[in-house]
Design a binder for this molecule. Structure first.
Ligand SMILES: [Zn+2]
Length: 172
């Protein structure tokens, strides 16, 4: 799913863990559940509009991603303190795969286009595994533009939950 969705889930997980668990379980569980949430959300993302590659010529794709990145940035700045832990681990797989591993792999492939180096280090392989085991029965809607409605619905639902939880800007 999109960055904003992962952020909101990470924040909710951190609030729940810090409300109901004591140190150090609150930190351990925030890290664990935020990480797992990414795997499950991404495994489910086949039902949302989520093209595997960039669609640079497609206005719809561009506008949708502008909105998503804007919302993600806003959520990031509002909640970074004190929810950076939940947000970080809700996105750690993407940070590793897309911001660290992929650029290194691209560098290696500049020298040797056949290079398979790094393929087995992609953490999204767990996502594929969970999807194949648990969600194989779901319809694949990655290229269906109406799929954004599902993601918007999820984002609104998460925002409402967050509103009820009343995120305090300081964890006491
Ligand atoms: Zn991901």
């Amino acid at each position: 799913m999109e960055l904003i969705t992962h952020n909101l889930i990470g924040i909710i997980i951190q609030i729940l863990c810090f409300t109901f668990l004591l140190f150090p379980l609150n930190i351990v569980c925030t890290i664990l559940f935020a990480h797992l949430s990414h795997i499950f959300c991404d495994a489910l993302s086949i039902i949302t509009y989520h093209t595997p590659d960039r669609q640079k010529g497609d206005k719809f794709w561009i506008i949708w991603h502008y909105i998503i990145y804007l919302l993600s940035a806003i959520s990031f700045f509002i909640f970074i303190i004190p929810y950076w832990l939940g947000m970080l681990f809700a996105n750690i797989i993407d940070i590793w795969d897309w911001l660290i591993l992929r650029p290194i792999q691209n560098k290696k492939r500049e020298k040797n286009p056949e290079s398979k180096w790094g393929d087995k280090y992609y953490l999204h392989r767990t996502v594929d595994w969970v999807r194949n085991k648990l969600f194989f029965w779901l319809p694949v809607r990655n290229y269906k533009k109406s799929g954004i409605m599902i993601e918007i619905f999820i984002i609104i639902t998460l925002s409402i939950i967050l509103g009820f939880l009343g995120p305090s800007l300081f964890i006491t």
